[in-house]
Design a protein around this ligand. Structure first.
Ligand SMILES: *Cc1c(COP(=O)(O)O)cnc(C)c1O
Length: 376
C-alpha cells in the first residue's frame, strides 16, 4: 500500500486511542516520574519525564512521519532546536550560514556559536559560486533557510545540499516557513530539518516549541536525544499535546493560508502605494522557478511588501488595518502585520519601508478589502 497522503498522516500519525480507557483524544500525561517493575526495570519505556514522556514521544513520532525522517526531538522553542544542532559542532569547525535568515538564528550564529570557537561565514545562498567558495576542509555544517525571513528568498535545496555533502558537511534546513505541507527537504538529501513549531505547526499562536527531525542517521538522532536528556530542553506534556492536536489540521490550514496569500500578493501588486511585493508564488519573484520545483504544494503564507512612501507609510498602513493584527510572529490562523526593522533592532538590515504579512485563514475577500481601504 502507498504511504498515506498528507492530511491522513496529519490526523493519524502516532495517534491511537488510549489503551487504558479508549479515549480518542490522547490524555495529557502530567507526571514527572514513572513506576518501576518488580525487578527494577522500566518495561513500559518511561522513567523520568526529562528523558521522555508519552505526549512528547507521540509528537516526535508524528513529526518524523510528516517530514519522512527516522526520528525527531520536540524542544522548548525554535531557537532551542537551532542550539541542539549547533551543539553537534566543536571548536575549530566551520559553518556556512545564509546572510539572510531568521533574525534570532543569525544572532545565535554571530554571538553564541562564534564564542565557542566555531568559524561562521554568512553567504548569499542563492549565489552557488559564493557557497562553493566559502566551503573549506573544516566546514561541518551548512545551514539553509528557504523561503527566508523576511524577504522570501529561495535557496536551491538540492544543489546546496550536494555542495555541502561534497565537502563532508551536515546540511540542515529550517523548514518553518514552508512546513511539510509545501516542502519536504529530505527529498533533496538534507540531513536535518529544524522547525519553529511556534508558527504553522502550532498554528494558533498559543504554544512556543521547536523541532529537529533526522533523515536517516540513527547515531546522529541518538546524539541529539542525549543532548535533549542532558539539558532538559524537551517540550512539556501540555505543549506537546497542543502541538500534536494542531498538526491534525496542518494540511487544511496551510493550504487555505497559501491560497489566501497568493490572492493577497496578486492584489498588492496592483496597488500604487506598494513599491514591491516579495512572495515566491509570484512569477516575477526571482526565486519562483526554483520554488516551483521544490515546493510541491503552495508557496507558503508569508509575504513582505515595501511601501512606496517609506517607513511612515508603513506604520500608517498597519494603523489602518482591521483584520491584520500588528504583532510579531507568523503562521497562526489569524493574519498579522509587522514592521520588521523596528522589532529586529538597530543592526537589522531589513528595509525601513518593509511590512511583513502573515496570512491566516480568514476569507480572502475580507483580507483584500481591508488592505484596499488601508492603502487607499
Ligand atoms: C520564529 C522562527 C524561529 C525561532 O523560533 P522560536 O520558536 O521563536 O524560538 C526560527 N526560524 C524561523 C524561520 C522562524 O520563523
Amino acid at each position: 500500500m502507498r504511504q498515506p497522503r498528507l492530511n491522513t498522516r496529519c490526523v493519524r500519525a502516532a495517534h491511537t486511542p488510549d489503551t487504558a480507557t479508549g479515549a480518542i483524544a490522547q490524555p495529557i500525561y502530567l507526571t514527572t516520574t514513572f513506576e518501576r517493575d518488580a525487578d527494577g526495570a522500566y518495561s513500559r519505556g518511561y522513567r523520568y519525564s526529562r528523558e521522555g514522556s508519552p505526549n512528547r514521544v507521540s509528537l516526535e513520532s508524528c513529526m518524523a512521519t510528516l517530514e519522512g525522517g527516522i526520528g525527531a526531538l520536540a524542544l522548548a522553542s525554535g531557537l532551542t532546536a537551532n542550539i541542539a544542532v549547533f551543539e553537534l559542532l566543536a571548536s575549530g569547525d566551520h559553518v556556512i550560514a545564509p546572510h539572510e535568515a531568521y533574525y534570532g538564528t543569525l544572532k545565535q550564529l554571530r554571538e553564541h556559536v562564534r564564542e565557542r570557537g566555531i568559524a561562521v561565514d554568512f553567504v548569499d545562498c542563492r549565489d552557488l559560486s559564493a557557497v562553493k567558495a566559502a566551503l573549506t576542509a573544516r566546514t561541518r555544517l551548512v545551514w539553509i533557510e528557504t523561503p527566508t525571513n523576511p524577504l522570501l528568498s529561495i535557496t536551491d535545496i538540492a544543489v546546496v545540499t550536494a555542495l555541502g555533502h561534497e565537502a563532508g558537511a551536515l546540511v540542515v534546513c529550517d523548514n518553518t516557513f514552508a512546513t511539510p505541507v509545501c516542502q519536504t527537504p529530505f527529498d533533496f538529501g538534507v540531513d536535518l530539518i529544524v522547525h519553529s513549531g511556534t508558527k504553522y505547526l502550532g498554528g494558533h499562536s498559543d504554544v512556543l516549541s521547536g523541532l529537529v527531525v533526522v533523515r536517516e542517521d540513527a547515531a546522529l538522532l541518538e546524539r541529539l536525544h542525549a543532548w535533549q536528556r542532558l539539558c532538559g530542553a524537551g517540550l512539556g506534556p501540555f505543549d506537546c499535546w497542543l502541538l500534536r492536536r494542531s498538526i491534525a489540521t496542518l494540511g487544511i490550514r496551510v493550504r487555505a493560508q497559501c491560497r489566501n496569500a497568493l490572492l493577497v500578493a496578486e492584489f498588492l501588486c496592483t496597488q500604487p502605494a506598494v513599491e514591491r511585493v516579495y512572495y515566491p508564488g509570484l512569477p516575477q519573484h526571482p526565486g519562483h522557478a526554483i520554488a516551483a520545483a521544490q515546493m510541491h504544494d503552495g508557496f507558503g503564507a508569508v509575504l513582505s511588501v515595501c511601501m512606496a512612501n517609506g517607513r511612515a507609510a508603513a506604520f500608517e498602513t498597519v494603523r489602518r488595518t482591521r483584520f491584520f493584527t500588528p504583532a510579531t510572529s507568523l503562521g497562526g490562523v489569524e493574519s498579522l502585520i509587522e514592521h520588521r526593522a523596528s522589532i529586529e533592532g538597530p543592526d537589522s538590515k531589513t528595509p525601513q519601508n518593509l511590512l511583513r504579512l502573515s496570512i491566516g485563514i480568514e476569507d480572502s475577500e475580507d483580507l483584500i478589502d481591508d488592505l484596499a481601504q488601508a492603502l487607499a
